[in-house]
Design a protein around this ligand. Sequence first.
Ligand SMILES: O=C(O)CCC(=O)C(=O)O
Ligand SMILES: [Fe+2]
Length: 238
Amino acid sequence: MDITNIDARIAAQDWAETRTSLDARGSAILPGLLDADTCTTLSAWYDDDTLFRSRIVMARHGFGRGAYGYFAYPLPPAIACLRGGLYPHLQPIANTWAERLGSAVRFPVDHAEFIDRCHAAGQKRPTPLLLRYGAGDYNCLHQDLYGEHAFPLQVAILLSRPQADFAGGEFVLTEQRPRMQSRVEVVPLQQGDAVIFAVNHRPVRGGRGDYRVTMRHGVSTLHSGARHTLGIIFHDSV
Ligand SMILES: O=C(O)CCC(=O)C(=O)O
Ligand SMILES: [Fe+2]
């Protein structure tokens, strides 16, 4: 796996446009973050038990249908590179959001320092994950919160080819505004595209200042084939 290629692909994204999109809708697409070969390699890792600290069968927990593995430490270099390389682009947005939401929490520039904060609070287990869905599988609306410390943005990368490898299985986001019913958006992704989205709350500018919107994400039912995703969550878990 060519890590310099991943670094270059992170650097090549339009981060100003990404920020605009995150502020406007709480999500943004990074087109072609990973190339097709990298996606194929990462999908194949799903079957390698040595890479994972635990395996979750979603139906057993009421999370949906499908399965995933949480990577073990030390993370494979490609995963560490994605986690550590995406974070510095998101950290300024996270701090602005925290300020606008009236939170005193601030996120350090360096991801390793944020991980130290998680570990000191007992959140020591790595959260990057690889998911696999087959026909009939789905992921219920949820939030990936794993303890007191939570970075407000996370990333999911689609490793499979829509229409060719699978059908259905769309990434969806919902947002709940105060005193309003939930609204849903489908995020159209191609193989190698990443979606960045709010883990929990995001600020929205209203007539009387910012208010707080609650977001959830999930995946609609796969009609056929198999779909792999790589999830990058920036906080660790209890
Ligand atoms: O499979 C997906 O697209 C979503 C996976 C997910 O829930 C996550 O990465 O947190
Ligand atoms: Fe998730």
